[in-house]
Write a protein that binds this ligand. Structure first.
Ligand SMILES: [Zn+2]
Length: 576
């Protein structure tokens, strides 16, 4: 049925009206669009970016490694996961599921109940697992549980356990930026080289989708992390290992309270090994006591006793107050300002007429008091200082200073006692360093531990070979002194070391407490080999051994010979 003209006119009016309305809507929409695009766009864009910039990820630097001289990693960082729990984001009906899953995935299903209580009892986020395996982190991630966050992290690992523990030190974990845990050095080289090892964080800004998920596109901003530098030590981990073993066994056999041993390259002061007893495992440092963290090679302070006589002899020869053949008499006790000093018969005294060789061999206190008197306090103090006694050297780990009194305090009794190693304080490292100068024809090279530092690209940014050196005594004096020191342990050198020859000096010092002599001794032996052209210096110090005849010659000399024999094998040192 066709529409009547009236009806048609009515329809036409309605269509026209509709057209007008539609046109108005279109115009309005265009207008709104134009307004949004032109006028409000910057503001809106800001809001969108604000929402998306919550996708900033902090990129952690890899902490640098600490390596031995042959490239073996002694401390390294491995990738790990950290799992945090946000109890407020876990719906009550899923709390048990979350607790059970986390307890099981971490290999401790029995923890489920305690974890559930913690989730129910707290609204504050807490870390559940730190420095855990990446595989566990991935499993948790895949489970996609509410209120459980997985972060990338790193774990510090010491692959050789207690090896060189006091040198390496250890790290702790703390929040550096964002929610990422970073490693910070707490002790040893980890602490003193924190600036080199740490590296610098970077970041990446990701676009996020409507529900906060990261969009699968490249980050809109990306500043890469700068990894920490690697520290290459002068330590030879094999030499370190045998040195620690020998020291520990001897310290235990002799029921000692503490001890240390140092192996130095005689020519350049490089520390090949530095052992301290008792030790600990830096992987489990929280289980150790702080006394185990102490590096007894550098932080133990003591009166060294007779081992110091080589410094007195060196100064006296250099200053020409004696020659190797000067005869010094020990005819019994001598008196200095009312104090009587003697070599008792139990130590072979009185020793009679002696040249320098026999003074050292007898370790004659009466004789060395006279050598000290010929030298005088100013020169004895000056040479002690030149040899590095009583002052820290350039070594890169914490050191005690010791104490060498100023010249004006060296009244005649102190001069007498200092001549056989009492009345001042030093560290075992200082004794080893002083003997290095004797072994190296009079040139002192400060003992040092860091051979090189390399950046992330392998470029050497520091080389330890520039350490400042000083001539302490002449080559002639050093040679004369080594000749005179040959008799000290001649009878104790094993057959395997006889082709090399050993020079050195023992020291057994009575321990004083509050001015009173105890029955305890601190024992030291420092020596070098081969005797005529030394390559290696070894110092052994064992404190308060509680056995009979607890003297250096019985406690320390065998350890020296044992370590020396192994060093010859490890470094394949041919006899001269
Ligand atoms: Zn004597």
């Amino acid at each position: 049925m066709a529409a009547s003209p009236k009806e048609y006119a009515s329809l036409n009016v309605r269509v026209t009206c509709l057209r007008v309305i539609l046109s108005l809507i279109v115009v309005a929409l265009f207008g709104r669009c134009a307004f949004l695009l032109v006028v409000q766009a910057p503001e809106l864009r800001g809001q969108v970016e604000y929402q998306q910039s919550s996708g900033v990820e902090v990129l952690l630097p890899r902490r640098g490694q600490i390596l031995d001289r042959n490239g073996k990693a002694l401390a390294q960082s491995v990738e790990a996961s950290r799992i945090d729990v946000r109890p407020a984001a876990i719906p009550p009906e899923r709390q048990e599921e979350v607790a059970t899953f986390l307890a099981e995935v971490s290999g401790t299903p029995t923890l489920a109940t305690a974890l559930l209580e913690k989730i129910r009892g707290s609204l504050v986020p807490f870390p559940f697992l730190r420095q855990t395996d990446m595989a566990i982190g991935e499993k948790v991630q895949q489970a996609n549980l509410p209120g459980v966050d997985v972060f990338s992290s790193q774990k510090r690992v010491y692959p050789f356990g207690p090896l060189a523990a006091q040198l390496l030190g250890f790290v702790h974990y703390d929040f550096g930026g964002d929610q990422r845990e970073e490693l910070f050095g707490l002790e040893g080289l980890e602490r003193s080289y924190e600036d080199q090892l740490h590296g610098k964080s970077g970041n990446a800004v990701y676009l996020l989708g409507p529900t906060g998920e990261r969009l699968p596109v490249d980050p809109v901003e990306h500043t890469p992390a700068m990894n920490g530098n690697d520290i290459i030590l002068t330590i030879d981990s094999v030499v370190q290992n045998v040195t620690e073993d020998s020291l520990e066994r001897a310290a235990k056999e002799n029921q000692a309270t503490s001890g240390s041993a140092i192996v130095l390259d005689a020519r350049n002061g490089e520390v090949l090994a530095m052992a301290s007893y008792p030790d600990f495992d830096p992987n489990e440092w929280t289980a150790a006591s702080p006394t185990q963290f102490k590096n007894n090679a550098t932080q133990f302070v003591y009166e060294p006793g007779s081992v110091f006589k080589f410094v007195v002899g060196a100064a006296a020869l250099e200053e020409g107050v004696i020659t190797p053949s000067t005869v010094i008499h020990d005819d019994g006790p001598i008196e200095v300002s009312g104090w009587t000093f003697a070599c008792p018969s139990e130590f072979g005294g009185p020793h009679g007429a002696q040249d320098l060789y026999n003074l050292f061999k007898n370790s004659c206190n009466v004789g060395f008091i006279q050598v000290g008197q010929l030298l005088g306090e100013e020169r004895l103090r000056r040479y002690s200082d030149l040899f590095g006694i009583g002052r820290p050297c350039a070594l890169e780990v914490p050191q005690a200073q010791g104490q060498l009194p100023p010249t004006e305090d060296w009244y005649d009794v102190l001069l007498a006692t200092a001549s056989f190693g009492y009345g001042f304080y030093c560290t075992p490292l200082q004794i080893a360093g002083a003997f290095q100068a004797v072994a190296n024809d009079g040139r002192y090279v400060p003992p040092h531990l860091v051979k090189e530092i390399r950046d992330g690209t392998g470029k050497v940014v520091y080389s330890g070979e520039s350490a400042s050196t000083r001539q302490v005594i002449s080559q002639k004096t050093a040679i004369q002194l080594r000749e005179a020191l040959k008799g000290v342990v001649e009878a104790k050198v094993p057959d395997s070391l006889k082709p090399y020859g050993v020079v050195g000096k023992t020291g057994t010092a009575v321990v004083y407490r509050e001015g009173e002599a105890t029955t305890l001794n601190n024992t030291t032996f420092v020596g070098a080999f081969p005797a005529d052209s030394p390559r290696i210096v070894i110092m052994v110090n064992v404190n308060e051994p509680q056995v009979e005849f607890a003297y250096a010659v019985r406690v320390c000399v065998p350890i020296f010979m044992e370590i020396a024999g192994k060093v010859v094998d490890i470094l394949r040192l041919p006899p001269p």
